[in-house]
Design a protein around this ligand. Structure first.
Ligand code: PMP
Length: 364
């Protein structure tokens, strides 16, 4: 009998270099606080009656059976809500899952992705995992997009994918539809327009461009305005030929029936979303006005459901707020944002507690 050789085990040798070098995804300060303003969530949970209705429907389901490989009922309902053909719509387990699918469909070693910087960290993470190159185009010092630079860089380096987050997380600034169209029309890349915060924005949606451009994919989420972050629902919308390609690398059965039922019921009760958005926008303006009265900080105008404030020693302020039960996001490690904190708009009471804690901290 052949003798079997025993190897010294070092499992790390088998981990892909891009993964080994990567830091794990972390939410600084944790995810629990009395006043939680760190993840750009909707501060209003669904009304209890609606939750009961969703759960009652979900109770009747066979939990031992697989859902549809791709959730057709929810896709049809959301396509109708948007007024686009259902062949244009892909549903994911959160839009994060769809960012991965779009990355898998477009990137590889020697391919590249252009990302305005700073922006949502997941785009770069996916590119790095796939060993694609990341080309960054800096925002201005005022945190605005530099459209001409993006266009020039797209021409020069021919990326396969451009990720435009509009309104942008973490800067809160947006991009006019004309500028998005310029980039979509004048580059050969697939252009991902992440509209996670579009419901809070003054600008028009890139969905208007869908008929005319085959290289455009728009991303939407139910985690922000729709208030369903816990159920993990996101959508990608593209013309049918592109959508068919983006669907191929997607994880089958990724969306569960509870998400599908909740989505349909919530769209049937869309006034719940409209009321939440109206209240968040009212509070955003009030919070902005109150913050502008504080001399020691600079507050950026926002097109999303969160505000960026600039101040001395953001990490100290972040910790002091946390000690007072108020959790915001410390974004000071992002380029151009060394002095920034990000705070999402909460309920009136939460915003008041944040303002009081901030004033105390700055006075102390
Ligand atoms: N895109 C952007 C710009 C985001 O800020 C977020 C959440 N922070 C997501 C996508 C992911 O959202 P989800 O996976 O919950 O749909």
């Amino acid at each position: 009998m052949k003798t079997k050789k025993r190897y010294e085990q070092d499992f790390l040798e088998n981990i892909a270099p891009a993964t080994r070098q990567m830091s794990p995804y972390m939410v600084e300060g944790g995810q629990e606080a009395e006043v939680k303003l760190n993840q750009n969530e909707n501060p209003y949970d669904l009304p209890d009656a609606l939750k009961r209705d969703i759960l009652e429907e979900f109770r009747k389901e066979c939990w031992n059976r697989y859902p549809d490989v791709f959730p057709n009922q929810a896709i049809e309902r959301y396509a109708r809500f948007l007024g686009v053909p259902k062949e244009c719509v892909i549903m994911g387990n959160g839009s994060n899952e769809l960012i991965y699918a779009i990355g898998l469909a477009t990137l590889r070693r020697n391919a590249s992705m252009l990302i305005p910087s700073p922006s949502f960290s997941l785009y770069e993470k996916v590119a790095t995992l796939l060993e694609a190159d990341v080309i960054k185009v800096a925002m201005t010092d005022a945190l605005e997009f530099q459209v001409d630079e993006i266009l020039e860089e797209a021409e020069r380096s021919r990326p396969n994918l451009i990720a435009l987050c509009a309104p942008n997380n973490p800067t809160s600034k947006s991009l006019a539809l004309e500028d998005i169209e310029d980039i979509v029309a004048h580059s050969r890349a697939i252009v991902l327009v992440d509209e996670a915060y579009i419901e809070f924005s003054k600008r028009r949606s890139a969905l208007e461009l869908l008929d005319r451009y085959s290289n455009l994919v728009v991303l939407r989420t139910f985690s922000k305005a729709f208030g369903l972050a816990g159920l993990r629902i996101g959508f990608a919308i593209a013309n049918p030929a592109l959508a068919a390609e983006l669907l191929k690398p997607k994880i089958p059965f990724a969306s569960n029936r509870l998400a599908e039922i909740a989505l349909i019921k919530l769209l049937d009760n869309y006034h719940v979303v409209q009321n939440a958005v109206a209240s968040i926008l009212r509070e955003r303006e009030r919070l902005y006005d109150e913050l502008r009265k504080i001399d020691a900080i600079k507050t950026h105008e926002s097109d999303a459901n969160f505000l960026i404030i600039e101040l001395e020693n953001p990490t100290r302020v972040f910790k002091a707020l946390k000690a007072r039960g108020v959790l915001v996001r410390n974004v000071s490690s992002y380029p151009l944002m060394e002095k920034c904190l990000r705070v999402n708009v909460g309920t009136r009471e939460e915003n008041d507690r944040f303002l009081a804690a901030l004033k105390e901290t700055l006075a102390g």
